[in-house]
Write a protein that binds this ligand. Structure first.
Ligand code: ATP
Ligand code: MG
Length: 369
């Protein structure tokens, strides 16, 4: 198995202590700092050690093992609720693999940004270092597929939030490439499979699954404490505040880290002595708003149009929503695709729905807790 030791890779060539000395900047207005390394509080940060995921890291590493001797691995689906570490574990394991194996390339694409198959293949070719000369205009999907096929390397494609990908054909085309292994990431594997066309469904249902569950309270406390150690002056953070955050985040590490980030900023901005449970309670609504805004920013054009129609209406019937969408979108997506987008908006807690079929009513979720 390629995973020999937890190597220090996440920070690249800059050591942690050196980075600290580069980033511990004082605000310059006499206020004391509490944040020593803001990167450790960012949602996209891949930490040096992932807590409480040893079993899943080993499982994922062992499925990918064939790649280390030049063979294609089984396709993999990583699934689990938001904030369970799906994106992080994929990047973590692939960085280890890359550090230990020659002749391997991997590329990560989040399908949420642009959900069309061509856009995903364009991004993938560039991420793999096989498409620096490609231009978006006039891009032809076959070029990306040919370049992957012609590469001497074993290639791993990570398709995050794959449930919003517009067409199953892109997956099938990737599946046909002998030197390519696919890692798909989604919240609910069976919902995703059910939406695929039957050919793609039958291929991907035999993929190896890596299931991540929500973190327990004590697991989340460990994750948060490690972020405090790496990014904050820990003597100024009360243990009870971390427990309060873990309680509120209810198993979702993304949520927990968003609360910690907001609370630390609040302590700095208000020039307070310590990060206490009272600080956490004071910033809950702002932190939720932050998370929501980040999520909305990550939406692709068509999901955003649908979301904005629902948000400005407050509550809207399915028929009216589709009519309004068709008026606003330049090249409207098919209804089946729109339903997929609406389901993803719902999974991420941006909207809610009631009723079925034509009688469905959508409404935006509240921005305050
Ligand atoms: N086991 C862990 N140890 C340390 N940090 C973790 C762990 N799991 C998740 N995190 C952190 O929690 C945050 C959310 O993780 P991640 O983005 O991987 O979740 P996700 O399952 O992909 O969520 P989503 O479905 O919302 O995209 C990230 O900042 C990540 O670094
Ligand atoms: Mg993710």
């Amino acid at each position: 198995m390629f995973r020999t030791a937890c190597v220090s890779y996440a920070l690249g060539p800059i050591s942690l202590s050196c980075w600290y000395s580069l980033t511990v900047l004082y605000p310059g207005d006499g206020r004391e700092i509490v944040i020593t390394d803001a990167r450790a509080l960012r949602p996209e940060f891949v930490p040096q050690d992932l807590h409480h995921r040893d079993g899943q890291i080993d499982h994922l590493s062992s499925i990918l093992d064939p790649v280390t001797y030049g063979e294609r691995a089984e396709d993999i689906c990583i699934y689990g609720p938001s904030g369970s570490g799906k994106t992080t574990i994929a990047k973590f394991v692939l960085r280890l693999l890359e550090a230990e194996t020659l002749g391997v390339r991997w590329g990560y694409v989040n399908c949420m940004g642009d959900t069309s198959g061509a856009a995903v293949l364009y991004e993938l070719a560039r991420e793999l270092g096989l498409g620096a000369d490609l231009r978006r205009e006039g891009f032809y999907s076959g070029v990306a597929l040919d370049r992957i096929r012609e590469s001497d390397d074993q290639i791993i494609a990570v398709l995050d939030e794959v449930d919003v990908l517009d067409d199953s054909q892109t997956l099938l085309s990737l599946y046909e490439i002998p030197n390519l292994s696919i890692i798909t990431i989604t919240i609910d594997e069976s919902d995703w499979l059910a939406e695929l066309d039957p050919r793609a469904e039958s291929r991907f249902q035999s993929a190896e699954s890596v299931h991540l569950e929500s973190y327990s309270f004590t697991e989340l406390v460990d994750i948060l404490e490690s972020r405090v150690e790496h990014g904050l002056i820990s003597s100024r953070v009360d243990d009870s505040a971390i427990e309060r955050i873990a309680d509120l985040a209810a198993g979702d590490a993304r949520h927990g880290i968003a609360l910690l980030r907001r609370a630390a900023r609040h302590v700095e901005e208000q020039d307070m002595r310590s990060l206490t449970p009272a600080v956490v309670d004071a910033i809950v609504d702002e932190a939720e708003m932050d998370m929501r805004e980040r999520r909305v920013r990550s939406l692709g054009t068509h999901q955003r149009i649908l979301f904005e129609i629902i948000e400005s209406a407050g509550e809207i019937k399915s028929g009216e929503l589709h009519e309004e969408y068709e008026r606003e979108a330049q090249h409207p997506k098919a209804k089946s695709t729109r339903r997929k987008y609406l389901a993803s908006l719902q999974r991420y807690g941006l909207i809610e729905s009631e009723g079925f079929g034509r009688g469905t009513v959508y409404c935006a979720t509240s921005t305050t807790a």
